[in-house]
Design a protein around this ligand. Sequence first.
Ligand code: AMP
Ligand code: ZN
Length: 115
Amino acid sequence: MGDCIFCRIARGEIPCRKVYEDDELLAFHDIHPVAPVHFMLIPKLHLASLAEAGDGHAALLGRMLVLAPKLAREQGLENGFRTVINTGKGGGQEVLHFHIHIIGGGSIPPMVRHG
Ligand code: AMP
Ligand code: ZN
């Protein structure tokens, strides 16, 4: 995907503050962090969103979920972290290249308030 911003970051055409990289995956700090630690984990393969994922992506998505806590610990999030996956317009997704936000290090409000 030529002009997808996260594909361009994955190809090294746009700089990022790298957290992790291997053949399939890249993690880098969000340019607009919402907490003291806020980075994103992406596949280098262009997948627009979770809604486009198929059975063939299962191993890749599994790798991402298993890697996330390891990277979070390495970034100092010993007490836990929030993962966020925005999907499509209805999910508020702005960059149409699948990514997992990993957020923590501050006071993280509950996602759902009761009453
Ligand atoms: P989403 O709303 O889930 O699509 O999140 C997209 C995220 O990408 C936002 O939190 C942006 O701050 C972040 N972002 C956009 N461009 C860049 C960039 N060049 N480097 C790092 N993060 C970016
Ligand atoms: Zn892309």
